[in-house]
Structure formats: structure tokens, C-alpha cells
Write a protein that binds this ligand. Structure first.
Ligand SMILES: Cc1cc2nc3c(=O)[nH]c(=O)nc-3n(C[C@H](O)[C@H](O)[C@H](O)COP(=O)(O)OP(=O)(O)OC[C@H]3O[C@@H](n4cnc5c(N)ncnc54)[C@H](O)[C@@H]3O)c2cc1C
Length: 549
């Protein structure tokens, strides 16, 4: 096991590393003129020899007649066969899924280094430590991690209890990170700034697959890696308030009034909300959690008011499957939320897409173009998006809608799925044209909001098996979640988003049954985003608009 990662010197001008094959400082395989030993004679004769002036790789150095780099073996089947196996696998992020990957790497004896931006494990979860998970412990622990912890005498929490985020960290993730098999390989307070191939930009092909990854930290330090497992999550890149995915007018100027998701309303952040008017924007579980906390606070602190803005025409999908949800705690969130709205404790604005924010002294006006709400605080619970910026020099095949690997997108697209279920998937579905790079965990889902830890743990197992060259295990993808077709058993929501059974989608389109998957079904049918948005009506009086017109 390699204790310390191989560290490259900051290379300065990338133009210095344009030589055929990898430059010396990239620790390319010793015999590596674009890799294979049998190409060495050619190398010595020419393009890659020390004597010869290196030709640009695009000119065909070490490429075969077809122009393709001569790489030994099937790159798809053995993605990192040509990169020095003594180099560590770099895992980005010590969240639950990054730590699961570390546990699997440890079990397989593969050198690894985990780079974590926070000052301890699970930095993102610690920020929502006050929130209770909706999935019980049995679905929250990675099997390889559990095996390592059990060897160390860990007392496994009650499988049926629901931990808070803080308990997930204290009772599982921190002990896991502290195990002797993991701790020496974890680096905290280090943020990955960029990942590329050593000496290769995204365009350069010849010899690419045999060349180590270069992982640059924000300190400027560079680490060579045989593979990169990106489990950096999406917490650091929340969606914007603007309804169209770009900032609302005035959003940057109003930043001081805007909280990101899940402030600790009843705890550490109470003073910012008690006796104040708050607008919560968003329709997911984060919004629901915050709304419930604010409603509880309103009952305790006079003057506290709660307004909830959603883009949809109806809150039905935000309420979710309620008693039909396979996770009772998740279903109960929706039920409580509905009760608060019906009692008037929460003022609901439907069809409200934030267009403009205007700061007016101590308050902020929020407008959808037709209506204006004046509040003291805004909680933006509009979801998260992946940051692919750090890997923009790698060759990614991303779905244009979801920002997930293309093969995964149809399985999780919220335009079609609401179930929180997914067919089992692993390394094959997560692969990119850049062999040896995988994004796993919540980042792998791109903008889809239905990620579950258990899914991420299976991704970690499969990807690490693939990195070990154990393709039988990598492809034997299992999800220890119930198989469910519950998505099809509920009435399809009507075009107005209510629970009425319309027998199909808007405009009479027959409902398309969702495929059975594995997961923890939400108990609602159709796609989370399948109902059209109620846009601000700009139609002149007398003309009808909307669905089916
Ligand atoms: C409020 C809430 C409740 C949830 N409840 C459940 C539940 O009940 N059940 C369930 O299955 N799922 C739940 N989820 C979904 C999901 O399981 C979590 O989001 C989970 O934290 C995802 O794990 P992850 O390891 O993929 O990412 P994260 O937990 O976000 O971890 C990513 C890590 O990467 C680090 N990082 C980020 N960028 C960099 C960088 N450039 N360099 C180095 N480090 C970096 C971060 O600091 C962080 O520690 C919930 C999510 C939320 C937000």
C-alpha cells in the first residue's frame, strides 16, 4: 500500500509538456513511447527517442496506420492497464460515497489517496447535520465499510432507526475515516482544483490512455494518479433562484438576503429567522425540511411568517407519495407539509418562477413578473448541479440534460421518473471516453434529485472492481434495495398536478408505465417534471392558453 501519493512538481507552462508521449516529470512508464514495449524499437528509431526531436502526438507519433494509438489490450475492458499501477487511485471527496470507494480500494489492496476539501470527513453532510435522513441505517452503510468497521469492533447502529446527518457522521463516517486502513490515505483541507492527463490537454490522443492523471490541488501541489474517482458531490454548487436556470435579475445584488438550502432554523441559525418573514423557494425535500422547521418556529416566535414559492401549478408532487412512499419518513414530510399549508401556517404560491429580486432597505422584493412578495430572508432550496469544471480537460460523455454519464441519464431523468428507483448500474454505465475517470455518488446523477446512498455504494463497489480489472464483479451489479413497480400502481397525476386520475398525461397522452427498478419508491407516478409549468399568463384577455389548447 502506498502511503504517500506520488507528487509532481507544478509543471508551469503546459506547453512545456507537449512532447511525444509523456514528459519525464510525469513518471510515464519507463518503456513508454506511447506505451507498448514492442513499439520501443520504433521509438528508439525516431519520434520518441531521446535523440529525436519529439513530434507532436497529433502528427502520428506511435500511432498505427489508422492513426489510433497502439495501446495494449482492450481499453474498455481494462481501462488503466497501461498506467503505472503503483500510482494511487485518487478519490475526490471524503463524503459517504468517497469513503465507500476508499473502503473497497483498501479491501482490494489498491493504493489510494482521498482528497477532501473540508477539515474532516463528510464536510457536506456536517452542514446539514441537524436534518434527519429519510432512509434508515440499513440503507446508509456501505458493505465494505461495514466489514472493515466490524473487524475494528464497531457497534452497528440499529438498522431500522433514522439517523440525523450528524449521527451519520459521528456513528459511521468518522469511525470509518479513522480506521487504520483509511486514515493514512486521507488528506483533509485539500481541494482538487483541476484534473487532467499529465502533459495532455483534452485534444491530444496518442498515448493518452497510458498516461497518468494529474490532479492539481488548490495549493498548486500536483499528484499523479492511475485513476480518478470523483465523489465530490454537488453540495458546493447549488442551483440559482432564477426560474430559468440563470440568475434572476438582481439575484447577485440580493445575495446577502439569500440562504442556501437547509439552514438550521430551529438551532444555530434561529436568530436569522425568528420574528422574520421568510420565503422558501423550491419543491424538493430540502425545501420541505426547511418549511416544516420554519412553521414550527412560527408557532414559537411571534412575527415569524413563512411563504413557499414553487414553479409547478400544484404542490401535489412536492407532497410526494405520502403514505404510499416506501420510506415512511419521507412520506411523512409531505403529509406534514400539506397539513401546514392547509392550516394556513405556510402561505403557498404556485406557478411562481422567480424573475427579479429588488433590495429595499432591510427587506427584499421577490417578483415572478406578476406577483411580488416582500420578505426578510429567502431560502433557496432549488436543488444542486454538478461542477464539471474541475475535469473540463478530461473527455466526458455527459447527457445534455442531466449532466450525468449519458448511459445513466435515461434511468434517472426526472422528466420521466419520480420513483426514486433505478435499475442496478455500475462501472459500464458510469464510464466516460476518458478511461480511468469515474464520477460516482450524488455527482453521478447530475441534476437528477433522486440519488440514494445505497446506489452510490454499489457504484463504488463496481467501479473499484473495474479498476482492479475484476470485470466479472464490476458487471455483477446488485442493489440491496427492494425491487419495486410501485411507480405504476398509483393514479397518474392529472395535468393540473392534482391527484385526479386523468388516465394519462396532459392532452390525453397515454401514461407511459415506468420500468421497474430498485430503490425506495416515492409512491407517486409519472415524471417529477412531467407536468408543464404554469407560466405567467401573458395572453390577452379572451384568448385561452395552457395545456391542450
Ligand atoms: C438534506 C439531505 C438529506 C438526504 N437524505 C438522504 C437519505 O435519507 N437517504 C439517502 O440515501 N440519501 C440522502 N441524501 C442524498 C445523498 O445521499 C447525500 O447527498 C450524500 O451526502 C451524497 O454523498 P456523496 O459522497 O456523493 O457526496 P457528498 O456527501 O456531498 O460528499 C462530497 C465531498 O466532497 C468534498 N469535495 C467537494 N468538492 C471537492 C474538491 N474539489 N476537492 C476535494 N473535496 C471536495 C466535499 O467537501 C464533501 O465532503 C440526502 C441529501 C440531503 C442534502
Amino acid at each position: 500500500m502506498t502511503d504517500k501519493p506520488t507528487t509532481a512538481q507544478p509543471s508551469g507552462d503546459p506547453a512545456e509538456t507537449t512532447a511525444c508521449c509523456a514528459p519525464a516529470e510525469t513518471a510515464a512508464p519507463a518503456d513508454a513511447c506511447c506505451a507498448p514495449a514492442e513499439a520501443k524499437a520504433d521509438a528508439e528509431a525516431g519520434c520518441c527517442s531521446a535523440e529525436a526531436a519529439p513530434a507532436p502526438a497529433e502528427d502520428g507519433c506511435c500511432a498505427d496506420a489508422s492513426g489510433r494509438t497502439d495501446v495494449i489490450g482492450d481499453a474498455a475492458a481494462s481501462p488503466v492497464a497501461e498506467v503505472d499501477a503503483a500510482l494511487p487511485v485518487v478519490v475526490i471527496g471524503a463524503g459517504p460515497v468517497g469513503l465507500a470507494a476508499a473502503a473497497h480500494l483498501s479491501e482490494r489492496g489498491i493504493p489510494f489517496t482521498v482528497i477532501e476539501a473540508g477539515d474532516g470527513p463528510a464536510a457536506a453532510i456536517r452542514q446539514w447535520g441537524h436534518v434527519r435522513l429519510f432512509s434508515p441505517w440499513r440503507f446508509d452503510v456501505d458493505p465494505a465499510a461495514a466489514r472493515l468497521l466490524a473487524e475494528a469492533g464497531w457497534a452497528r447502529p440499529d438498522d431500522d432507526k433514522l439517523p440525523t446527518g450528524a449521527q451519520l457522521v459521528a456513528d459511521y463516517l468518522q469511525p470509518l475515516a479513522d480506521l487504520p486502513q483509511l486514515k493514512p490515505h486521507l488528506r483533509y483541507g485539500a481541494r482538487v482544483a483541476a484534473v487532467t492527463r499529465a502533459g495532455f490537454d483534452r485534444v491530444r490522443t496518442a498515448g493518452r490512455e497510458a498516461t497518468p492523471f494529474l490532479v492539481r490541488l488548490d495549493s498548486g501541489e500536483e499528484i499523479l494518479a492511475r485513476a480518478v474517482v470523483d465523489a465530490s458531490g454537488t453540495w458546493g454548487t447549488p442551483n440559482l433562484l432564477g426560474a430559468a436556470g440563470i440568475p434572476a435579475h438582481g439575484e447577485p445584488e440580493a445575495a446577502a438576503f439569500v440562504e442556501s438550502a437547509l439552514p438550521d432554523v430551529l438551532g444555530a441559525d434561529r436568530e436569522r429567522f425568528a420574528g422574520r418573514a421568510t420565503l422558501v423557494v423550491g419543491a424538493g425535500h430540502s425545501a420541505a425540511n426547511t418549511l416544516l422547521a420554519l412553521a414550527d418556529l412560527a408557532a414559537q416566535a411571534p412575527g415569524t411568517t413563512v411563504t413557499w414559492a414553487i414553479r409547478a401549478a400544484s404542490p401535489a408532487r412536492a407532497y410526494g407519495g405520502e403514505s404510499a412512499d416506501a420510506l415512511p419518513a419521507r412520506g411523512a414530510l409531505g403529509t406534514r407539509l400539506r397539513e401546514y399549508v392547509e392550516s394556513g401556517a405556510i402561505t403557498l404560491l404556485t406557478g411562481f418562477g422567480v424573475q427579479r429580486l429588488t433590495v429595499t432597505g432591510e427587506q427584499v422584493e421577490v417578483s415572478d413578473g406578476a406577483r411580488t412578495v416582500v420578505v426578510d430572508r429567502i431560502v433557496s432550496a432549488t436543488g444542486f448541479r454538478p461542477d464539471h469544471g474541475i475535469v473540463s480537460e478530461l473527455r466526458l460523455d455527459l447527457d445534455p440534460i442531466m449532466g450525468s454519464p449519458r448511459a445513466l441519464a435515461p434511468l434517472i431523468d426526472p422528466n420521466q421518473h419520480s420513483c426514486g428507483t433505478v435499475p442496478p448500474h455500475g462501472a459500464d454505465d458510469l464510464a466516460h471516453p476518458e478511461p480511468g475517470y469515474y464520477a460516482i455518488g450524488v455527482k453521478s446523477y447530475g441534476r437528477a434529485p433522486t440519488f440514494l446512498l445505497a446506489t452510490g455504494y454499489e457504484q463504488a463497489r463496481s467501479v473499484v472492481a473495474a479498476l482492479a480489472g475484476d470485470w466479472a464483479a464490476a458487471r455483477d451489479v446488485q442493489l440491496d434495495l427492494p425491487e419495486t413497480g410501485v411507480c405504476n400502481s398509483n393514479p397518474v397525476l392529472g395535468a393540473d398536478g392534482t391527484g385526479a386520475d386523468s388516465g394519462g398525461d396532459c392532452c390525453g397522452t397515454p401514461a407511459v408505465p415506468e420500468p421497474t427498478g430498485r430503490g425506495l419508491a416515492t409512491g407517486i407516478a409519472g415524471g417529477l417534471l412531467s407536468a408543464p409549468l404554469a407560466l405567467t399568463d401573458l395572453t390577452p384577455a379572451g384568448q385561452s392558453g395552457g395545456c391542450c389548447s
